[in-house]
Design a protein around this ligand. Structure first.
Ligand SMILES: Cc1cc2nc3c(=O)[nH]c(=O)nc-3n(C[C@H](O)[C@H](O)[C@H](O)COP(=O)(O)O)c2cc1C
Length: 257
């Protein structure tokens, strides 16, 4: 049972922390200490299998008026079990984590994305449990956001169901065509914001998922935010270490009637 004290302690996470010290410069961040900037995208071995994605601008998708996408958005948990197309997946990836502009300022390269992020730090990686996407073998993939390409991590059937089970037995996820699983690499934000980072990382994650909701709505697909999951189980499915990189949010995507 959570005690009242534990709940009060957790509440503090929602409050601003460390900004006063930062303003008064009583502490210095790794960025201020001259530590090199961490990479904006997780590295991958040179001999990896890479899948090219159609450019979102060339797909002609996503022309629904924003008033309709906003007005119709809802959490959808019933999927037909049908496949989605690669150009649709490409559009959804671009909408959530795609790069729209690269800016170099004060010696730092900032990748401006389709979603906002505190200090443009974008501390996320996007993993995909692909179940039914035309042209893709079922399995685990990672979106290479700086290149708009997919990295194949391992072929495997039934991952949507496995992620559903790791998400506190939310077995409805098994009919999804693909499950988005976002990890956080907190140091990307901590390098610049130290202990002011963690609340803003959680805020940033919300923006990713909202973009996914609106993009799905525009394509006639369904999605639902999922934050109820068992940390170790999802991290193990992704093969991430759970300390420097760990799952922060999931969202299955599927076809709807
Ligand atoms: C942070 C967050 C976590 C959520 N986690 C879950 C979840 O684990 N499982 C689920 O079925 N829905 C989840 N939802 C969806 C909410 O239940 C849903 O947004 C809410 O009922 C309102 O419905 P609507 O999105 O259709 O307006 C989550 C939503 C948010 C924003």
């Amino acid at each position: 049972m959570d005690t009242h004290d534990e709940i009060l302690k957790q509440r503090r996470f929602l409050q601003a922390a460390g900004w006063e010290e930062r303003q008064q410069q009583t502490t210095r961040t790794d960025q201020q200490l001259g530590v090199p900037e961490p990479p904006a995208q997780k590295a991958y071995p040179p001999n990896s299998t890479i899948i090219e994605l159609p450019l979102p601008e060339s797909t002609g998708l996503g022309t629904m008026p924003v008033i309709s996408a906003l007005g119709n958005r809802e959490s959808r948990r019933k999927y037909t079990g049908g496949a989605i197309r690669l150009d649709q997946l490409s559009f959804l990836l671009w909408a959530t984590q795609g790069v729209r502009k690269t800016v170099v300022a004060d010696g730092i390269t900032k990748y401006r994305r389709l979603s906002p992020s505190a200090g443009a730090r974008h501390p996320f990686e996007s993993y995909l449990a692909v179940e039914r996407v035309d042209g893709l073998t079922s399995g685990l993939y990672r979106y290479l956001h700086l290149e708009h390409r997919l990295l194949s991590l391992r072929p495997e059937h039934g991952l949507a169901e496995q992620f559903g089970r790791a998400a506190c037995q939310q077995v409805w996820m098994r009919d999804a065509a693909v499950v988005f699983v976002w990890t956080a690499i907190p140091y990307r934000t901590e390098w610049r914001y130290a202990r002011t980072s963690h609340k803003v990382i959680a805020l940033d994650a919300g923006h990713l998922c909202q973009n996914l909701y609106l993009a799905c709505e525009a394509l006639g697909l369904g999605t639902c935010a999922v934050a109820a999951y068992v940390q170790d189980q999802v991290d193990q499915l992704l093969e991430v270490d759970g300390a420097d990189e760990f799952t922060i949010y999931l969202a299955p995507v599927g076809r709807i009637d």
